[in-house]
Design a protein around this ligand. Structure first.
Ligand code: AHR
Length: 499
């Protein structure tokens, strides 16, 4: 196969947003306990934070971390997680049929974000709770001193306010599985009133209302419209969540998952704009794609049951294939391409639960296949996202009908002159020769071409063998007369760097 891409630095979409490279830490399975936090682990610091996980999170280039859920937050009392650890109550976590010890809470998370060098994105519970508890949490977190909640924080050891500015107004409130699930009108009113109250305390917050938990929800579209009809003036963004997986051996459809993400973003943007138009508003609502990934969805029957309420059980510990990593890389291409509308994104999740980083309690931490495209995209996407013109053959698949064999996006950093092209070859039957016309980029030279692929697209990294398949130099890449030419292997993800 062969395909061409034309890039020109004059055609920009939006700046690369660091917020595109967010991730998510939920009290789910072993994401927190024995994930980021494991006192007594050989690499743990004085706070009990695993040093091996911190190092991998830094290597991944994570920007923002959403916390504490997820479904978990809809039954969570944030007060349970502050104060002396020995006095914190154990609670049932109804979302994941587990026991929450509350040994890790708000202070521990905020300290972890500081050590990790990431920005927190905090969710309030709008399932079992509402405006008063959200205001209490905001006052506790951000009020400098003097008030009851500010003094409580200081007494608990944090003299300086946490200064959390980025907030989710609940989680997936459209889902019948969600504790305190609501209709769009009920939730829209609650989100608007919670946002209004929070802004009375701190006007400059960035607030995200819950959109649909997937574009497959029966209420998708109507939900966004009704929620924004209630909360348009109070919120900055509406969330989107999407998970993909290879189903019934249909690799072709799976590899085109980013096509669905593009369509999802366009649909939510159109709905938000329609609400804005009817209100005669000049404000644009952004999209927070705050849960996205490949997820094989262990079915609910695998959750603990009956009287079994374990602490930090092994839940949702997907072990990813090379094909999964190619799809993750392609989803990042979609998020970058949609940077004009997607103002923030969080891959779900960071450690152990549907995650790029895995750990063993007391043992090693290792990189899943999906770690690599995330880390390299976060590292090399710089400057402006460019609008690329792609001319590629198409293939038919059951899910989307017709899909392009190659997908790509490019970024251009005017300061350094660096161009990065991120490309996937979705062909399952062989390589595609990609020609990138570097029009207007000043004839840059090739710096590096890295490709992630394997003959066995279902190869999985494991603790015992996480290094056999790594991104490697693509020796076919060369620049000829202002055109970058490279062979992209079947089912592959690549980053091509020029300067
Ligand atoms: O990320 C795992 C779960 O997926 C989250 O808790 C929930 O919001 C979504 O359904």
């Amino acid at each position: 196969h062969s395909a061409t891409v034309v890039i020109d630095p004059a055609f920009t979409i939006a700046p690369v947003r660091r917020g595109t490279f967010g991730t998510f830490v939920e009290h789910l399975g072993r994401c927190v306990y024995t994930g980021i936090y494991e006192p007594g682990h050989p690499t743990a610091d004085e706070h009990g934070f695993r040093g091996d996980v911190l190092a991998l999170a830094r290597e991944m280039g994570v920007s923002t971390v959403r916390y504490p859920g997820g479904n978990f937050v809809s039954g969570y009392n944030w007060e349970d997680g502050v104060g002396p650890v020995s006095e914190r109550p154990e609670r049932l976590d109804l979302a994941w049929h587990s026991t929450e010890t509350n040994a890790f809470g708000l202070h521990e998370f905020m300290t972890w974000t500081q050590v990790a060098g990431v920005e927190p994105m905090m969710a309030v519970n709008l399932g079992t709770r509402g405006l008063p508890e959200a205001l209490d949490l905001l006052e506790y977190s951000n009020q400098r001193r003097g008030t009851a909640r500010a003094e409580q924080r200081r007494a608990n050891g944090a003299d300086e306010p946490f200064g959390i500015t980025f907030w989710c107004l609940g989680n997936e409130m459209d889902g019948p599985w969600q504790l305190g699930h609501k209709t769009a009108r009920e939730y829209g009113r609650l989100a608007a009133e919670t946002a209004r109250g929070m802004r009375q305390m701190f006007p400059d917050l960035t607030l995200v209302a819950c959109g649909s938990s997937s574009s497959g929800m029966p209420t998708f579209g109507d939900w966004e419209r009704e929620v924004l009809e209630e909360a348009y003036d109070q919120v900055d963004m509406i969330s989107a969540h999407a998970y993909y997986r290879e189903q019934n051996g249909d690799l072709g459809s799976f590899l085109a998952s980013a096509q669905d993400m593009d369509h999802f973003v366009a649909s939510v943007a159109a709905t938000a704009d329609a609400v804005g138009a009817a209100r005669k508003s000049t404000k644009k609502i952004g999209i927070s794609f705050d849960e996205w990934n490949v997820w094989y969805h262990e079915d609910e029957s695998k959750l603990p049951k009956g009287e079994d309420w374990p602490v930090a059980p092994r839940l949702e510990e997907d072990v990813y294939t090379v094909a999964d990593a190619v799809v993750v890389g392609n989803l990042l291409i979609s998020l970058l391409r949609n940077s004009d509308r997607v103002h923030s994104a969080s891959q779900a999740q960071l450690v152990n639960a549907l995650a790029p980083i895995m750990t063993e309690p007391g043992g090693a931490a290792w990189r899943q296949t999906t770690f690599h495209p995330f880390a390299l995209t976060s590292r090399y996407a710089r400057g402006q996202v460019l609008r690329v013109a792609i001319d590629a053959p198409t293939y038919e698949n059951a899910r989307f009908g017709t899909s392009a064999l190659v997908d790509a996006v490019a970024t251009h950093d005017a300061e350094t002159g660096e161009v990065a092209v991120f490309a996937v070859n979705r062909a399952v039957d062989g390589p595609t020769t990609l020609r990138v016309d570097l029009r207007g980029t000043g004839a840059p030279a090739l710096v590096e071409a890295l490709t992630y692929a394997h003959d066995d697209v279902h190869w999985r990294a494991t603790e015992a063998d996480a290094e056999t398949v790594l991104p490697t130099a693509n020796a076919t890449a060369r620049v000829e007369d202002g055109v970058l030419v490279v062979d992209l292997p079947a089912v592959s993800w690549s980053v091509l760097r020029l300067r």
